[in-house]
Design a protein around this ligand. Sequence first.
Ligand code: SF4
Ligand code: ZN
Length: 300
Amino acid sequence: MKCKRCQIPAVVALPSHHTAFCKDCFLVFARRLVERAIKEHSMFTFDDRILVAISGGKDSLALSWQLKDLGYNIEGLHIDLGIPESSPIARAYAERFCTANEIPLHVIETAKLGLAMCDVKRRVKRPICSVCGQTKRYLFNKFAQENGFTVLATGHNLDDETSRLFANVMRWDVEFLSDQGPVMHAEKGFAKKVKPLFRLTEFETANLCFLAGIDYGYAPCPYSSKASFPIYKNLLADLEDIQPGRKIRFYDGFLKDGRQGFAPRGETSVDIQPCTTCGYPTSAGECGFCRLTALMNDEG
Ligand code: SF4
Ligand code: ZN
């Protein structure tokens, strides 16, 4: 198998793109997919201050590396979730990577807010991933808003996006379908959010890390089996094996022809107002983060 661009022996085969690349040409290919995503969806410019959500996993490290390499003005934010089995490892990867690549890294420890996820899991009845996700979204948004960042970038890849889309379609979750996409514009107290890796599969981001020499590890969250998206990811992976390219066509088709059929958030019946305690946008009077904090402090 030869590299499609330069004809030397290839190291990565990409059936969904009907191609194969050597190391250098794969890095050019990945870089172009990221540049295309940024341009096509007007994600940000070289004047923006970009806050990257850095979990320490391969996607967030690949994203940070690629944006830094392209010359964007980025800083990282890592949220230490206080899960003893995984958080110290994930944090160490994030810190090592940012030091090596001269990327300023901010860290928020949820334990210092009384919200170590191992304690939250013991005390709160709701599914832990829903509470954890809500906490992370709140903290990223708040940090971006309070520290003058113009955009918040996350490492969601094509597999994340298509599995979420698939799950939302299976539930006909109209509000989420209207919101889903590689860009969420700033509105009503929410920071602008972008997903520059949405054209790369998980396999491609893993290759990007490997071939770019990024030191990434795997610190699986012990609660991850409770997350539902992996089921949809596996189903789509099976489909992609039979029909290479199906995932990107599913997602591109949704952006081009499907999404417009669903009402944007402002036109649904949900009324977004500032939280009565902290001012964060919410539909519930007091936001979920403030209610969680109050609950944990009451019981703490
Ligand atoms: Fe949080 Fe669930 Fe992800 Fe663990 S798997 S980090 S609990 S969202
Ligand atoms: Zn609040």
